[in-house]
Write a protein that binds this ligand. Structure first.
Ligand SMILES: [Zn+2]
Length: 434
């Protein structure tokens, strides 16, 4: 076969494969470690394989997101990753993205800077904000709603709070399986907090205001009379923000009255029962406002992609085993719905000093360890999921996908590993031909 003919075949194959992959995550690339950035590399190598996110970003035009936004920067990174003609992504691409990412991490502590779940959580938070482009549905596949529900053991009052989340942190000191971590997170626990019922006999606002006013009345009659005219405002304020000092300064009291009240709040007016410890009224109220509550958390909606983190592995941490297929989270929905299955797309491992990832692309598992990537057979992957195998690593951050993973069908019956090698060779060749 003449050289020109073989080059043509190679380029046709390349075009075929790259077209097929154009809107899907490609096989993983190595990433250079810039200043101990294995925590970031493993996170990005994992996130890249989250099909709905990468697919969504690749199908948008490069100017879809606002200039300067993290969504635009991450989209550019994903595009460069996808079109890379070398098996290790160019150092400058990583450098540029890390520089773009840094301003979005302003409130991350130095310790958390080295933490893949903290950084990925921040990244997803910024992406969610940036991806809520006006007039378009948000692209972020990680969003889901939860409800936390607390029932007062004293008066039975139910307090519910809904929140929107990007990630689920199911840290548990006892559980040794991901399922166990989830069970612990979603099961009932007794917490001590303030009951939101104005009339709760244990910790209600009515009692707080009553105690406060009685105390004032005992000490200063004219102040008491002046406060009574603000009583309802005080109660209303306290209902929304339990802070008695803030309340007296926010209900329109004269500066003179506020000064007097603050002085009174600071005075040592209470002796703690059973000791000779003296505390002021504010501390007294703070110490007596809490009551036992039964608290539960439930999912209201399910995300397309679940970013779940477990205990940060340390010396005394239990190793958490995880499942590759059919993680059922339907039982944690408020309206229970069994058989809502999730499939593992990527997992970041940690051994106390180094991070690396196992990612799944088109049904094939790969190990990604900074610049080194290699296919992993499914038996070995199962062993790693069960007990870490011989890796010495602990699962830390997991990326699950709702429903069976999308696979791009190929017209060949070649083993996946061979196909991977061929794709790598072809991308390298394609780079040389261009
Ligand atoms: Zn109560």
């Amino acid at each position: 076969m003449c050289n020109r003919w073989s080059a043509l075949v190679v380029s046709m194959l390349c075009v075929g494969i790259s077209n097929m992959m154009a809107t899907m995550p490609r096989t993983p690339l190595g990433m250079p470690n810039i200043n101990l950035t294995c925590y970031m590399n493993s996170g990005l190598q994992s996130l890249y394989q989250v099909v709905p996110l990468t697919k969504g970003l690749l199908s948008q035009s490069p100017d879809y997101y606002k200039a300067g936004s993290l969504a635009r920067a991450y989209q550019q990174f994903v595009r460069s990753y996808t079109s890379s003609s070398t098996p290790i992504i160019d150092r400058s691409v990583v450098d540029v993205f890390y520089k773009d990412l840094t301003p979005h991490l302003s409130r991350v502590t130095v310790e958390a800077m080295q933490d893949v779940t903290e950084i990925t959580g921040k990244l997803l938070e910024s992406l969610q904000r940036d991806m809520a482009v006006e007039g378009h549905a948000t692209l972020s596949p990680f969003i889901f709603d939860t409800e936390s529900r607390a029932v007062c053991k004293t008066c039975g009052t139910v307090s519910e709070k809904k929140s929107t989340n990007n990630s689920l942190n199911v840290r548990s000191s006892r559980a040794e399986t991901l399922r166990g971590c989830l069970e612990a997170y979603f099961s009932k626990e007794v917490v001590t907090q303030m009951c939101r019922n104005f009339n709760c006999p244990q910790s209600g606002y009515a009692k707080v205001v009553e105690t406060f006013l009685a105390e004032v009345g005992k000490k200063d009659e004219s102040l008491y009379v002046s406060l009574l005219s603000h009583d309802e405002d005080l109660k209303t304020y306290l209902l929304t923000d339990f802070n008695i000092r803030k309340a007296v300064t926010h209900v329109g009291l004269s500066p003179d009255v506020v000064t007097k009240l603050n002085k009174m709040l600071d005075e040592q007016v209470y002796t703690v029962a059973g000791s000779d410890r003296k505390i002021n009224l504010v501390d007294f109220l703070n110490e007596n406002k809490n009551t036992a509550m039964d608290q539960t958390v439930a999912l209201l909606t399910l995300p397309q992609s679940f970013f779940i983190s477990v205990n940060r592995p340390q010396q005394d941490t239990k190793r958490v085993s995880f499942v590759l297929e059919k993680l059922d989270v339907g039982t944690y929905l408020k309206a229970k719905k069994p058989e809502e299955y999730y499939y593992l797309q990527a997992v970041v491992m940690y051994n106390g000093g180094h991070y690396w990832a196992y990612v799944q692309n088109n049904g094939q598992w790969y190990k990604c360890d900074d610049t080194r990537t290699e296919p992993i057979d499914s038996g070995r992957m199962q062993k790693i999921a069960d007990d870490g195998g011989d890796t010495g690593g602990y699962a830390y951050a997991l990326f699950y996908q709702k429903g069976a993973p999308a696979t791009v069908s190929t017209s060949t019956n070649m083993p996946k590993k061979l196909l991977y090698d061929m794709q790598s060779d072809l991308t390298v060749l394609a780079g040389k031909i261009r």
